[in-house]
Design a protein around this ligand. Structure first.
Ligand code: SAH
Length: 351
């Protein structure tokens, strides 16, 4: 069976055309499913009954099974799904003042092995298929239909900041973005989609400029320190990343975001802030400072608030655009770098 959520509109048209039926039925399906949130073919009353049966038998509409969601004290909600091969995928709904952001996963585990990140400890299990990424959005929509968060039931933004390295699952992530942007379907504009990456420049260069907003996890302002916590820095060092950013031709006014996880006594001093400023001055960018989320699986600690504030104030004083992003959902293990954990670690241990 084909997975409905893995098909772009064009592919669905080809599939339906291939059965000898009218190609425009694909548009009707896209509207029902993505616009109206109707997932049951028998309810699609502008499609003849025989065709509804054909589509039902041909197209799989749920390949990952939703598990019990967990709500955090801070309003965010962690959604978990079981895949057909018994892996867990997690996404997080994050309500903010005027936004409702969904953070999706792109892989099960991750190959990058960043030393502070729990997903890195799991290691790599596999890439998610396009339909498994799109279905996280569908799962979140279904959840919101029944349980709106603060009255909001519409996802406004999508960030690829869950488990995995999106640029290491390039094709599937790009197809997912294409499906997300389809005007007849989910209709997300590129400004509402952010791909967060350790900086796999090979992938970034293949990405059509303007595909989505870019966030690069810098996490240290000096090559040696970055290599210490992010082994990928040996292959794609800071200087290559900055070289890419300087030449990046996104849409006008678009700014790349740099993420910087603040690790106590490692990269949180004023000297580190100064180096970060020296590195990024003159580059049109935003800096997201993320105080580290502690876990049992990492020896790193969170800096105290005063240290975070001083680091932040230093950058602001230098006229950089910097914000402190407090991770959401730490009480339900939904914060940055905490997804998928216990279950996948034990699974990996058994492999
Ligand atoms: N692989 C991608 C996306 C996933 S991680 C990337 O690296 O960008 C999303 C962000 O969470 C990254 O900036 C990462 O550095 C950060 N992060 C990982 N573990 C964290 C932790 N324990 N506390 C705070 N941020 C963390």
């Amino acid at each position: 069976m084909l997975c409905f959520f893995g098909l772009t509109l064009k592919e669905l048209e080809d599939v339906i055309g291939g059965t000898g039926k009218e190609r425009y039925r694909a548009r009707q399906l896209y509207r029902w499913v993505y616009n109206k949130g109707v997932y049951d073919f028998s309810m699609m009353d502008n499609i003849p009954k025989g065709l509804r049966t054909l589509f039902r038998d041909m197209l799989d509409m749920e390949t990952i099974k939703p598990l019990e969601p967990t709500a955090s004290m801070d309003g965010s909600v962690k959604l978990s799904f079981m895949t057909k091969d018994d892996n867990i995928i997690e996404s997080v709904l994050i309500p903010e003042k005027n936004r409702l952001t969904l953070c999706v996963s792109s892989q099960i585990g991750c190959r990058m092995a960043c030393s502070f990140c729990v997903t890195g400890k799991i290691g790599f299990i596999r890439n998610l298929e396009t339909h498994e990424i799109v279905e996280q959005i569908i799962g979140a929509k279904k959840y919101l239909n029944v349980s709106p968060i603060n009255g909001g039931d519409r996802i406004t933004n999508i960030v690829f900041m869950g488990m995995g390295e999106p640029m290491d699952n390039f094709e599937n992530v790009v197809r997912t973005i294409e499906i997300m942007k389809e005007p007849l379907g989910l209709d997300f504009s590129r400004r509402r989609i952010t791909v967060s990456t350790v900086g796999l420049i090979g992938g970034l260069k293949r990405l059509q400029p303007g595909t989505a907003g870019l966030a690069i996890s810098l996490n240290a302002a000096d090559e040696q320190k970055r290599t210490e916590i992010m082994p990928i820095n040996r292959m794609y060092p800071i200087r290559d990343i900055l070289d890419f950013v300087r030449h990046y031709k996104g849409s006008p006014r678009e700014r790349i975001t740099f993420e910087y996880v603040l690790l106590k006594d490692f990269n949180d001093s004023l000297e580190d802030a100064r180096m970060l400023y020296e590195l990024l001055k003159g580059i049109r960018c935003k800096i997201n400072l993320i105080p580290f989320n502690e876990s049992l699986y990492s020896q790193f600690r969170t800096p105290d608030k005063k240290t975070v504030d001083q680091f932040h104030a230093y950058l602001i004083d230098k006229c950089m655009t910097a914000i402190v992003r407090n991770s959401r959902g730490p009480d339900v293990n939904a914060a940055c770098g905490q997804l998928g954990m216990a279950y996948l670690l034990s699974k990996k241990a058994m492999l």
